[in-house]
Ligand binder design. Structure first.
Ligand code: BDP
Length: 603
C-alpha cells in the first residue's frame, strides 16, 4: 500500500482539523440516519483520541460520530479520487453524501475507499461512525473479566486485556488523494548485496490491467549515482532490477537512503509517477546471531507507546521528533512498535534517522479459549496482511512480531514453571500453537526477507517459539516475581534465558524488562518504586544480557511513562516503567542507561 503523495501526476489534501462530533451511547445514530448527516453536539480535533479532549468522557469506549464537509480542490476532476483513513480505533463505518462506503475493523492500520463516482465538486459530507467498544472477539480483546475460565478476573477499568489505555477515535490523519487513470497501485522493494554492489528488485503493480500496454521507467538516484531501466507492462505488473555499484548501505550508523522513482509512460508521455525513499540493506538470522548487512547486530532500545496527555494516541509530529531525540541521546538504536503498528510518519523517520524497528501487530493479550476465537484468528491474519502491505518497503523494519504476550500456556503448566522452571509435556494450548504456526507461515509467504518473532511471557513453555526465527521474552524477575529482590531476580533471569536458549537455540531478545519508578521517589538501599531501584535493576539486567553473545537485543520497558486503565497496581492510572516521565523528563535510570549504552560502567 502506497502512502498518498503530491507530484505532477498526483495530489493529496489532509482533512485534519476540527470536525463535528457526537457521542452515541444509546447507539441510535444508524437507525436515525446520522450517516446522511447529524446535528453536531461537540467540536473535536482530528486526529486525536476523543477520551481526553472533553471533561466527562474519558472512560467512554462506545459509539461516537464524526462529520466534516469538503470541496474538491481545483483540477481534481477526471482523476480517480480516494479517501484514506490512516487509523481509526476501533471499528469505523463511513458515509459520503449519505451513501455508505463500507466498514473497517482494527484500530491501527490504514484503509481506503474509492469515491470517484460519489464525490461532488462542492459540498461533500463525510460521516464516520466509530465504535470503540471492548469485546472478547476483537483484537486486541477486551471485557474478558466476566467470562468463565478467563485468564484473569476483572482487575482494571476500562476492562482491557492489555496494559495501556484503550484510547478511541480518529487517531491519525484522514487524507483525500487522486490517482491518475493509469496508475502505479503498489510497489514492493527488496534489496540484496552482491559483494559491495546493491541489488534492488522492484515489483510494480498497475491499475487497469488488460488495457493497452504501458512502460514502467524505474530510476534510482543518490550518493552520486543514478541508474535507470525500462520495462513493458502487459498484464497487472512487472519487475525491474537495478544494480548499484559500491552501494551506500543503510544501517543505524549510516542511514543512507536512495530515491526510487517509478514512472508509467503511455506513448512516451509520463502518466503517473511515485517516489519512494529506499535503503539498501539485508537482514538475516544465522544460527543464534542476527545479521545486518552480514554483520552481527545488537539491538539496544525500548518498547514504547504512542501516548501523550490530551491527544491520547493521536498523531503528534513534535512528539515523534522528541522521542527520537531522547532515544538518540541515550544511545538506543532500535524499538518495538509495542503493541500495534505506529503511525507511518514514525516509520518514515526511523528510515531517515537510522532506527531498527520490530514491527508488531495489534495482537496483544490474546487468549485461546471461549467464544470469538475463530474471529480473532481471522482478524490477526488480516492485521498481519495490512501491516506488511503498509510497512514492507521500510529499511528500518527488520522483523515482524505477530503477537505480544498471548496466553498460550495452561495455568497448571505455569505453576510448575514459576516454581522451579519445570517444563511439563505439551504445556501450550494446541489452538494457540496452531494459530501461530499458520501466522508465521503467512508472514513468510507475504515477506520471505525478514525474520518473524512472537513476544512471549510464557518462557520455555511457549511452544510456538518453534515456528519463530527469533525468540523474544518479556521478563520481570525482581519486580512481579521475586519482588524487591534484584539479585535473586537476576539469577532467575540468567537461568531462564539459558534454559530457553537450550530448547530454542536461536537469536534471543529480552524484549521487556523494567520496574515502575515514581519520579521523585527515592530510597537507599533501593526499594521498589524508587528511582534507585529502577536504575539498579536495569543496570544489572543490561550487564547480564551484555555478557551473552546469543542475546541480540535488550529492550527496556518502557521509554516513557504511559496511561493505562485504572487498577490497584497502576497508581494514577499510569504505568511508571518509563525511564522518562510521560512529559519526557529523565529519571535517574535514564542517566545510568545512557552511560551503559555509551560503553561506560554505570555501577
Ligand atoms: C508486559 C506487557 C506490557 C505491560 C508490562 C507491565 O507486555 O504491555 O505494560 O508487562 O506490566 O506484560 O509493565
Amino acid at each position: 500500500m502506497l502512502y498518498p503523495q503530491s507530484n505532477t501526476c498526483r495530489q493529496m489534501t489532509d482533512l485534519s482539523g476540527f470536525w463535528d462530533f457526537r457521542f452515541d451511547p444509546a447507539d441510535q445514530g444508524v437507525e436515525q440516519g446520522w450517516g446522511a448527516g447529524f446535528d453536531p453536539g461537540e467540536i473535536i480535533a482530528v486526529p486525536a483520541s476523543w477520551n481526553d479532549q472533553f471533561v466527562d468522557w474519558r472512560d467512554y469506549t462506545g459509539v461516537a460520530w464524526y462529520q466534516t464537509t469538503f470541496d474538491l480542490p481545483w483540477g481534481w476532476h477526471g482523476q480517480k479520487i480516494f479517501v484514506r483513513f490512516n487509523a481509526v480505533s476501533y471499528l469505523a463505518r463511513v458515509w459520503l453524501n449519505g451513501e455508505c462506503l463500507g466498514e473497517h475493523e482494527g484500530g491501527y492500520l490504514p484503509f481506503v475507499f474509492d469515491i470517484t463516482d460519489r464525490v461532488k465538486a462542492e459540498g461533500n459530507r463525510l460521516v464516520v461512525r466509530v465504535d470503540g467498544d471492548l469485546a472478547p472477539d476483537r483484537v486486541p480483546p477486551g471485557k474478558l473479566g466476566g467470562l468463565p475460565g478467563a485468564a484473569f478476573p476483572t482487575v482494571n477499568f476500562p476492562d482491557t486485556s492489555y496494559d495501556f489505555f484503550p484510547y478511541c477515535g480518529i487517531q491519525r490523519p484522514v487524507i483525500l488523494y487522486t490517482q491518475p487513470p493509469d496508475a502505479i497501485t503498489d510497489l514492493t522493494v527488496i534489496t540484496e548485496l552482491d559483494g559491495t554492489d546493491g541489488v534492488v528488485r522492484v515489483r510494480i503493480e498497475r491499475s487497469t490491467p488488460g488495457e493497452a500496454p504501458l512502460t514502467a521507467r524505474v530510476t534510482l538516484a543518490g550518493h552520486g549515482a543514478e541508474s535507470s531501466t525500462e520495462r513493458r507492462i502487459e498484464g497487472t505488473g512487472t519487475e525491474a532490477t537495478l544494480i548499484v555499484r559500491d552501494a551506500a548501505l543503510w544501517s543505524p550508523d549510516t542511514p543512507n537512503l536512495y530515491d526510487l522513482r517509478v514512472e508509467l509512460l503511455r506513448d512516451g508521455a509520463v502518466v503517473d509517477r511515485y517516489t519512494l525513499a529506499i535503503g539498501i540493506r539485508t537482514i538475516a538470522v544465522e544460527g543464534d546471531r542476527l545479521l545486518l548487512n552480514g554483520e552481527p547486530l545488537k539491538l539496544v532500545g525500548f518498547g514504547r507507546h504512542e501516548d501523550f496527555p490530551v491527544v491520547g494516541k493521536g498523531l503528534l509530529p513534535a512528539l515523534i521528533v522528541k522521542d527520537y531525540a531522547l532515544m538518540r541521546w541515550i544511545g538506543a538504536n532500535s524499538f518495538r512498535t509495542s503493541h500495534y503498528p505506529y503511525s507511518e510518519q514514525m516509520m518514515d523517520l526511523a528510515d531517515r534517522l537510522g532506527f531498527l524497528v520490530i514491527d508488531e501487530t495489534p495482537a496483544v493479550g490474546l487468549f485461546f479459549f471461549e467464544e470469538g476465537l475463530e474471529k480473532r484468528n481471522r482478524l490477526c491474519q488480516q492485521m498481519i496482511r495490512e501491516m506488511i502491505d503498509r510497512d514492507k518497503n521500510h529499511p528500518s523494519v527488520i522483523m515482524w512480531s505477530i503477537a505480544n504476550e498471548p496466553h498460550t500456556a495452561y495455568l497448571e503448566a505455569r505453576e510448575a514453571y514459576y516454581r522451579d522452571l519445570t517444563v511439563v509435556d505439551h504445556p501450550s494450548r494446541p489452538e494457540a500453537v496452531a494459530a501461530f504456526k499458520a501466522q508465521a507461515e503467512l508472514v513468510r509467504e507475504l515477506d520471505p526477507t525478514r525474520p518473524v518473532t512472537l513476544v512471549s511471557h510464557e518462557g520455555a513453555l511457549e511452544e510456538a517459539f518453534e515456528f519463530m526465527d527469533v525468540i523474544c521474552l518479556n521478563r520481570y524477575h525482581g519486580w512481579y516475581s521475586l519482588s524487591g529482590q534484584i539479585d535473586h531476580g537476576l539469577e532467575r533471569l540468567d537461568a531462564e534465558i539459558e534454559l530457553i536458549h537450550r530448547l530454542y537455540p536461536k537469536p534471543f531478545i529480552l524484549s521487556e524488562f523494567g520496574t515502575d519508578a515514581i519520579p521523585g521517589h527515592h530510597a537507599q538501599p533501593p526499594e521498589m518504586f524508587s528511582e534507585e531501584y529502577q536504575a539498579e535493576f536495569l543496570t544489572k539486567q543490561i550487564q547480564l544480557t551484555n555478557a551473552k553473545p546469543f542475546v541480540v537485543g535488550q529492550h527496556i520497558w518502557n521509554l516513557c511513562d504511559f496511561k493505562t486503565s485504572q487498577a490497584v497496581h497502576r497508581v494514577g492510572a499510569t504505568n511508571y516503567k518509563g525511564i522518562f516521565t510521560r512529559d519526557r523528563r529523565p529519571k535517574l535510570a535514564a542517566h545510568r542507561v545512557r552511560a551503559l549504552w555509551h560503553g561506560e560502567d554505570a555501577t
